[in-house]
Write a protein that binds this ligand. Structure first.
Ligand code: PLP
Length: 427
């Protein structure tokens, strides 16, 4: 079904040769994927890490089964949010003592945004506007809307277009803006925003910034502390391979950590939780961003993914990620030119995360047909097929095979079958 006239400068044997020489190729053994599967959804749910089942078994049988309650101390359970936080900090350039792994991204956003608004209320009480991307992941927008409603008193969320963010907020950064919440890489299009210049523009306008790193932690090099950012949140279940529903993280810059407490002031964030005092006294430092008891099995399994990324050279990951997405874009342009396919991911490296998203009016059915062939990406409204490119277990040959499979499906209209029109609760 392939048309040789449409081939790009690379062919499949060339892809195989590049894969054979890939300096990251040994990392493939760190992950367990089903046979005959090309997994291009690590930007949504990373695959199982080698040893995850054994680690869960160990926690359940030994630490829980035998250690029982002693394991809060003897197995380090109580310290896991901080232990894992240090590992996340190593991946996102957070610095020591800056990060805890806990709760969900949505909940951590609520905590971070509340604390940021409280700081602003003390210094600049007239600043009551929160800016965020119109195209942000909806949960971030919903959490901010909920917080603004809870606060009342003129607090409001304003949505801004991606172009306004990239331009440094020329039209929206008014003296009313207290806080800007930005997702570093757009979940749908894969657009990457420049953390350093955007943070500077926000600070120049007198506002604080929270970065959501869900689609960039483990995908590219990040220097949170160096960027001057105020706070960050993100999940561990996508590029960091923590497992379904694994806990999220929250990072707060050293300068801001002790300035205010977050509103979910549960006992895990207390300075002396086992004194059982009826009065809340926040812990010094990042621990005050904890709330309550954590899912220890999930947290223990998530550590394996973080350990892998603490051994990886993130600049090598980024280099390969861009090479993979360049190839993907190149092949889509040359091999799918006969079809109404559009690439919505930016071509410029400086604006591209670690995914390629394309649109087609029959996107949902096409993705369903692709998954039937063992090539797993996902679909997001409207019309977007997303392909996550995760350099530790995806190679050039898989990119080649994916675009060829897409070509077959489009040429043969395989997607136009009743089974590919049925939608589950999760797309
Ligand atoms: C950018 C972004 N922010 C927030 C969330 C919400 O995360 P959670 O469900 O862990 O609260 C997601 C989930 O996919 C996301 O992609």
């Amino acid at each position: 079904m392939t048309n040789p006239e449409l081939s790009t400068t690379l062919d499949r044997p060339a892809c195989e040769r590049i894969d054979a020489e890939d300096p990251l190729r040994d990392f493939r053994d760190e992950f367990i994927l089903p046979p005959d599967t090309i997994y291009l959804d690590g930007n949504s749910l990373g695959p199982r890490t080698k040893g995850a089942a054994e680690r869960a078994q160990e926690v359940i049988e030994d630490e829980w089964g035998t250690g029982l309650i002693r394991s809060w101390n003897s197995a380090g359970w109580f310290d896991l949010p901080a232990t894992l936080g240090e590992k996340v900090a190593g991946i996102v350039g957070g610095g020591a003592g800056s990060t805890v792994v806990t709760d969900t991204t949505s909940i951590n956003l609520f905590k971070a945004a509340s604390a940021a608004l409280k700081m602003q209320a003390a210094d600049s009480p007239d600043r009551r506007v929160i800016l965020t991307q119109r195209e942000n992941f909806p949960s971030d927008i919903y959490m901010l809307q909920g917080l603004a409603k809870q606060l009342g008193n003129g607090y409001e969320v304003r949505l801004v277009d991606d172009a306004e963010v990239t331009a440094g907020f020329p039209n929206t950064m008014t003296a009313e803006v207290a806080l800007v919440v930005l997702t570093h890489v757009n979940y749908r299009t894969g657009r990457l925003f420049d953390m350093d210049s955007t943070t500077s523009a926000i600070h120049a306008g007198g506002a604080l910034v929270i970065w959501d790193l869900c689609h960039s932690a483990g995908a590219l090099e990040i220097d949170l502390a160096g960027s001057g950012a105020d706070m960050a949140i993100g999940c561990t279940y996508k590029f960091l391979n923590g497992g379904p529903g694994s806990p999220a993280f929250i990072w707060v810059s050293e300068a801001l950590q002790n300035r205010f407490t977050q509103p979910l002031s549960g006992w895990w964030g207390h300075a002396k939780p086992f004194e059982m005092s009826p009065d809340y006294a926040p812990a010094e430092g990042i621990r005050r961003y904890l709330t309550g008891t954590q899912g220890i099995i999930s947290m223990s399994v998530a550590e394996l993914g973080l350990d892998i990324f603490n051994r990886v050279d993130m600049s090598a990951v980024r280099t390969k990620s861009l090479q993979l997405s360049d190839l993907f874009i190149d092949l889509v342009e040359s091999r799918l030119a006969d079809h109404p396919v559009e690439i919505v991911t930016p071509r410029e490296h400086s604006h591209r995360g670690s995914q390629v998203s394309i649109t087609h009016p029959e996107g949902f059915a096409i993705m369903s047909a692709l998954i039937e062939r063992g090539i797993i990406g996902d679909y997001r409204e409207p019309e977007v097929l997303r392909f996550g490119l995760t350099p530790l277990y995806i190679g050039f040959t898989e990119v080649w095979d994916t675009v060829e499979a897409l070509r077959d499906i489009l040429d043969d209209r395989t997607w136009d079958a009743p089974q590919h029109k049925v939608r589950g609760a999760v797309t």
